[in-house]
Design a protein around this ligand. Structure first.
Ligand SMILES: Nc1ncnc2c1ncn2[C@@H]1O[C@H](COP(=O)(O)OP(=O)(O)OP(=O)(O)O)[C@@H](O)[C@H]1O
Length: 650
């Protein structure tokens, strides 16, 4: 007998002996043995009360969603969580999995092998949500590869990961669809069925060999055959030591008996915890009999849901005697409840007598996986790039659109750019178009970037797969090559068609500034998209902001002529700095501009006078570039902080 087993058996004896007023409480030998095995983990919850936080300070009193409930999950068991809609199943499951919403307050104790639960639950548990979110446009095999890399990090070799994936694919029956796309944004081509998606979600959780797997209604929407397959997969998982807690609504009769244990919830209280046959027996003792031919699961749900119930005493039927409240009260006084209390006492006792072992266990649980920051970043970028590559239509459309605009602008200005007074106006016009084309389109396009990806990000962040910074930076970096290509194509076409200044420096500065403008605009669009809850609200605030950008572009008004209290505006805008930099590139060093037919006093004779006319100065070029780079980082930083705040509040 190992030291730990000894502690547990002593604890059981002591606990059972000391349970005053609980005669006859017996803890099954297999439960003791299971609790004692070294790698096994037992989860307990005691006097757990979960209450929603008031939405507004003046709002009325909030009723608890879960009210003073206790129970245990024994290692390697398949447990069904059942109860009517709104009973608190999801709430209990997310609390036990340490994935509770911040909008709830939690009182009571939840422990794994005596340790209060904490972020280590992400390392030892998996969670399958009711509404599974999976990335589109990538195949099953690619998704599993990506999740293996995110979950297991570099500590497991690529070869080992491949072998694991092959094994999991065959175990979950997904081999046939390994190369099928999960979903397709274009709606064309073969994608996974609902059942296959649920199996994929299950397969992903198998990668990290969790000690606990929490499945929120995984069989909902599946036909009885697929539901059975899924439950059988869960059952086989328990044989490897994983404890599976699965909320389920209406399992078929046979399927119900596949579960080792049932947790019945109603109105936030426990209706019963024990084997399915014990649950039926418990209700029978209260005169609640499942009619012949009636599905037991339906019967259980019916008695837990109804306010009045028909009970049977011999051949006599009476209505209204037993309701869910009475069932919960009877359960509290039952032997089944005492057995749970005894198992909880065992766990708590173990913590007090085996604090050294507990400490070692705690250390083992909290050990973080060997995940390199850049390795995670790389795989996230890989997924973004893969998704964009698989959705080329939108990208091609954007490129074609940009080229069309570039050709139009270039051709319109092709004869107008010259060293004359007419040319000055045309040049400043084309500069304004270059800057605004690289500002407004990308800024508005970026508005949908994060809202589209937010739900999946939130899930994966909650599962501790990566950080907000990794998600944000990978999203931006995966777009960067495409953004560079698009901007360079645009600017080169305009530059040569419109015959802008034929010097290498002029071209270089114009290209660099355009790329910076495009990136700052995207950064600003990202900031607005994460600052406001919806794309529509972000857009409504962005429109007035556009006016700040245009007014401060330096073309329409001299900044110094604006009221002093508005002279901060150019610093949140980038159009003036960009226009000034490109104007310097085009006009600096131009010695002579033709003045025919113009009154000499209003004629601009050289490049310096043109720059003066717009209050630009050749000395500002470096400052302009630095400000643009600064704005790029500031907008991205603010967007990242807003995103982190938003994800922590959800
Ligand atoms: N954030 C919240 N704020 C307030 N009430 C909440 C919140 N989340 C859940 N609830 C309430 O708690 C109760 C239990 O919700 P929960 O989702 O746990 O039920 P459930 O048993 O899983 O239901 P279903 O079977 O329909 O999924 C419901 O009445 C729900 O409205």
């Amino acid at each position: 007998m190992s030291a730990r087993e000894a502690v547990v058996s002593t604890a059981v004896c002591c606990t059972v002996d000391n349970l005053d007023g609980m005669p006859g409480v017996t803890v099954a030998q297999h439960e003791v043995a299971a609790a004692a095995a070294d790698d096994d983990v037992t989860l307990i919850w005691q006097n757990l009360t979960i209450t929603p936080i008031r939405s507004k300070p003046g709002a009325g009193e909030q009723h608890p969603v879960l009210n003073d409930i206790s129970g245990t999950l024994q290692p390697g068991t398949l447990v069904a969580l059942m109860g009517p809609s709104g009973a608190g199943k999801t709430t209990l499951m997310s609390a036990l999995a340490y994935r509770m919403s911040d909008k709830m307050t939690i009182a009571g104790d939840i422990r794994v092998n005596g340790c209060p639960i904490g972020p280590y639950m992400y390392n030892i548990s998996g969670y399958i949500y009711q509404d599974e979110l999976l990335p589109d446009s990538i195949t099953v095999q690619e998704h599993l590869q990506l999740m293996a890399n995110l979950k297991l990090g570099k500590s497991v070799t690529a070869e080992r990961k491949r072998a694991m994936i092959a094994h999991i694919l065959s175990r979950t029956g997904l081999e046939r669809c390994a190369n099928t796309k999960i979903a397709d944004a274009t709606g064309i081509g073969k994608t996974l069925s609902g059942g296959e998606k649920k199996r994929l979600a299950f397969a992903v959780e198998l990668l990290s060999k969790p000690k606990f797997l929490f499945c929120d209604e995984p069989t909902t929407g599946l036909d009885s055959y697929s539901a059975r397959q899924l439950v059988e997969m869960m059952k086989s998982l328990t044989r490897t030591g994983t404890t599976v807690l699965c909320s389920i609504h209406q399992p078929a009769e046979k399927l119900l008996y596949e579960f080792d244990s049932l947790i019945l919830l109603t109105g936030g209280r426990t209706g019963f915890i024990g084997a399915p046959s014990e649950a039926v027996q418990f209700l029978r003792l209260q005169g609640l009999e499942c009619e012949a031919g009636y599905n037991t699961a339906d019967f259980l749900l019916k008695v837990l849901s109804s306010t009045t119930t028909t009970t049977r005493k011999g051949n006599q039927f009476t209505t209204g005697a037993i309701g869910p409240k009475t069932i919960c009260n009877n359960y509290s006084a039952s032997e089944a409840a005492r057995r749970q209390e005894a198992l909880i006492s065992v766990e708590l006792y173990r913590t007090t007598v085996d604090s050294g072992g507990d400490e070692a266990f705690r250390r083992r649980l909290t050990e973080s996986r060997d995940r390199c920051w850049f390795y995670t970043l790389y795989w996230l970028m890989y997924r973004h790039v893969l998704q964009s590559h698989r959705n080329p239509n939108l990208q091609y459309f954007k490129i074609v659109q940009r080229i069309a605009i570039a050709v139009l602008v270039g051709l319109c200005f092709s004869d107008a750019i010259e060293l004359s007074q007419r040319g000055v106006q045309a040049m400043q016009g084309v500069i304004f178009l270059i800057v605004s084309e690289n500002t407004f389109l990308p800024m508005y396009a970026a508005l949908s970037l994060f809202p589209e990806r937010f739900p999946l990000f939130q899930r994966e962040k909650k599962a501790n797969l990566y950080s907000t910074a990794q998600f944000y930076i990978s999203t931006i970096m995966s777009m960067t090559p495409f953004v560079l290509l698009e901007t360079c194509a645009f600017i080169l076409i305009v530059y040569f068609l419109a015959n802008l200044r034929p010097t290498l420096l002029g071209l270089l500065v114009t290209v660099v500034v355009s790329v910076l403008v495009m990136n700052v605009s995207i950064a600003c669009g990202c900031f607005f998209s994460v600052l406001f809850p919806t794309v529509a609200s972000a857009m409504s605030y962005l429109v007035p902001f556009d006016y700040i950008l245009m007014i401060t572009s330096g073309i329409f008004i001299k900044i110094w002529s604006m009221p002093t209290y508005l002279q901060w505006m150019p610093f949140i805008s980038w159009m003036m700095f960009a226009s000034e930099a490109i104007s310097i590139a085009q006009w600096d060093g131009v010695k002579s501009i033709e003045c025919s037919n113009i009154i000499p006093s209003v004629c601009l004779h050289n490049g310096e006078q043109v720059l003066d006319q717009y209050s630009f100065s050749r000395q500002h070029l470096r400052t302009d570039l630095v400000v643009l780079v600064g704005q790029y980082f500031i907008y991205h930083l603010m967007a990242m902080l807003c995103l982190a705040r938003r994800v922590s509040r959800n």
